[in-house]
Write a protein that binds this ligand. Structure first.
Ligand code: F6R
Length: 611
């Protein structure tokens, strides 16, 4: 939440910062601003609304200078407005902040008592006041920041500049990520590498409580106790094209259409076609065996879409690896005083690898002496770094706020990982593995085939425009897809939608059904198919309009539904991946036809680094 960028070098800082903020707009988009230092002064421009508003304002502003910081905001304290937009400035100190200062009321009271005038409603402005007070005494920005660190409680990633030392940016953090990009005679800093990969592939990830002094030709990092820290660069080798729309109107649509390729990447790495085998990479083969050797049970913890993927994981680990598995929403888990057994294995899932609640859950588990496996997309993210074993999703940067390709990549990686564990626990027979492998090899082409029916899904979406309520239902491994389908519709099309286990309908939700309610029934041909069709009939008998999703040319489902969406025949464990494609496109087309911004749904941000 909130994206920040800083630049020092010979390029025009305005262009670098705006370009970087564009790549970070997924993190927040209610206001934005820049502050650029030049000739002992700071020029600050802020605008309410999306980045475009700032861009328009800046178009008429000549900028000189070689040092600047910028911010795109997702409001926490204080409404979206120009006065609450960052950078905040006090006596020549400018700051941009991502996070929440929890003790802001105490700080605010103290500052007011000591005569400060606070302009905005934000917690962030207070950081500028604190640094400004200190820098008047120390005449050194880093020392001032170090003095302020002890006063802040909460989550923060901050960049600070001071007019009297215009050639440096001081960066510090606790919680949200900050990455420093290294160039020749220029350096960068941002919330996410996506903002910087057009300029450099060499990065340093700042750790909590560290302070970095960044100049155009040097990067110095200091520990909490003020000692210099030596940190190697991480080389990414990401292609800048990966963060462009490549001809699609939205990142989300591009990411949906990338899925055949992203799934193929994981299959390439984790299967052996010739031997018809699911393989465990040598880097973690021994570790996996040690972790799961005496495991009694598995807990999977995540938020949002990643939590729904975890729910799918529960079915897999129990059915394939015969390992008792429970799933938890991270924000509940971390405050529930969960009971750990020494043989419990914990897994966390996070696309961004920075979600505050998931990270806190991981840390809680590690404090209790247990190892944590993570599945993350962003490889050097905090969650990936702090896990005992981190499995990459390998689907490339995901920029659309609503998760799509990362969801299917997680499902596939969960399936491959559960199979690896099942092999260690000797619960996956050779025949079952060969059967699964055959289906896995067909998966990318099958996903591609489903995508070719996009126009058909668009028409189906059009037929359901007038409905205000949607119930998504499924059984077994289709149940998590019902949850995910409902979430996609809520967050993109702003429609009320709920996901239910179809067998639960009779226990209450059936009362919701009438002719104004649409039901999306996920009913692939698996062992629960007949029961799912009965649930569909029950809904229909009470007046619901039905979208049925089934396997192949299923005339029975076609006959009992108002729209029928087909997926190709596959293995029970892969039906959910195939079923996800039509529900993603359904939500996309609904939202698009209402004229909503599909990449940046209202009130949301992609990387939820505050709780
Ligand atoms: C919904 C969505 C969110 C995220 C959730 C967790 O489309 O993207 O629900 O899944 O905020 O994010 P990560 O996976 O980054 O921890």
């Amino acid at each position: 939440m909130c994206g920040i960028v800083g630049y020092l070098g010979a390029r025009n800082p305005k262009d670098v910062i705006l370009g970087g903020l564009k790549k970070l707009e997924y993190r927040g988009y209610d206001s934005a601003g820049v502050a650029i230092l030049h000739d002992g002064h700071t020029k600050r421009v802020r605008a309410l609304g999306k980045l475009k508003a700032l861009e328009d304002k800046l178009a008429h502003e000549p900028f000189n200078g070689h040092t600047g910081i910028g911010h795109t905001r997702w409001a926490t304290h204080g409404v979206p407005s120009e006065i609450n937009a960052h950078p905040h400035q006090v006596n020549g100190v400018s700051i941009v902040h991502n996070g929440i200062i929890e003790n802001f009321q105490d700080i605010r009271r103290d500052l007011i008592q000591s005569g400060s005038t606070i302009e905005s409603q934000t917690d962030s402005e207070l950081i500028a006041h604190l640094i400004s007070d200190q820098v008047q005494q120390t005449q050194d920005l880093r020392t001032a920041v170090e003095r302020v660190l002890g006063k802040l409680r909460g989550a923060y990633a901050v960049l600070a500049t001071w007019e009297q030392s215009p050639d440096e940016i001081v960066a510090f953090k606790e919680g949200p990520p900050l990455v420093i990009g290294h160039g020749r005679d220029e350096n960068f800093v941002a919330s996410d590498v996506q903002a910087l990969i057009a300029y450099t592939q060499k990065f340093i990830y700042l750790e909590d409580q560290e302070v970095a002094v960044i100049k155009k030709d040097s990067i110095q990092i200091f520990s909490e106790t003020g000692k210099p820290v030596d940190r190697d660069f991480v080389e990414l080798n990401w292609d800048a094209e990966m963060v462009e729309k490549q001809g699609f109107p939205y990142f989300m649509l591009k990411e949906i259409f990338e899925q055949p390729r992203t799934l193929a990447v994981s299959l390439e790495l984790l299967t052996n076609k010739e031997r018809q085998e699911i393989i465990t990479p040598t880097e973690y083969d021994d570790k996996l065996k040690t972790i799961f050797a005496g495991a009694t049970d598995l807990r999977i913890v995540a938020c949002g879409t990643s939590f729904y993927a975890a729910t799918y994981g529960k079915y897999l680990f129990e059915r394939l690896a015969r390992l008792p598995t429970e799933v938890d929403i991270a924000s509940e888990f971390r405050y529930r005083e969960p009971v750990f057994n020494k043989k419990t294995v914990v897994m966390v899932i996070s696309q961004s690898g920075e979600t505050a609640d998931t990270l806190a859950a991981l840390r809680l588990v590690r404090q209790n002496g247990l190892e944590v496996i993570s599945i993350c997309n962003v490889k050097n993210s905090t969650i990936a770094r702090e896990s005992s074993l981190s499995i990459p999703m390998n689907c490339g940067p995901e920029i659309g706020v609503a998760s799509t390709k990362a969801f299917t990549a997680t499902l596939l990686n969960l399936l491959l990982f559960a199979s690896q564990v099942a092999k260690v626990r000797e619960t996956l027979s050779r025949a079952a593995e060969t059967e699964l492998m055959a289906a896995l090899m067909a998966l990318p082409a099958q996903v591609d085939l489903v995508l070719t029916h996009d126009k058909y899904f668009e028409n189906a979406a059009r037929g359901f425009h007038q409905f205000k309520g949607f119930l998504f239902m499924g059984r077994g491994v289709s149940y998590p897809i019902a949850l995910e389908g409902a979430l996609k519709l809520k967050e993109l099309a702003y429609l009320h939608a709920e996901g239910y286990a179809a067998g639960e309908m009779k226990h209450g939700p059936l009362a919701l059904i009438d002719e104004r309610m649409a039901v999306v029934m996920i009913a692939p041909s698996d062992e629960l198919y007949e029961k799912t069709v009965s649930n569909l009939e029950e809904a229909r008998a009470r007046g619901a309009k039905v979208i049925a999703l089934g396997t192949g040319e299923n005339t029975r489902l076609r006959d009992v539904s108002d729209a029928y969406l087909a997926i190709p025949a596959s293995h029970w464990a892969l039906n959910p991946i195939l079923a996800t494609i039509p529900i993603q496109l359904l939500a996309y087309h609904m939202a698009h036809s209402f004229g909503y911004d599909v990449d940046q749904p209202r009130n949301l941000a992609k990387s939820v680094t505050v709780e």
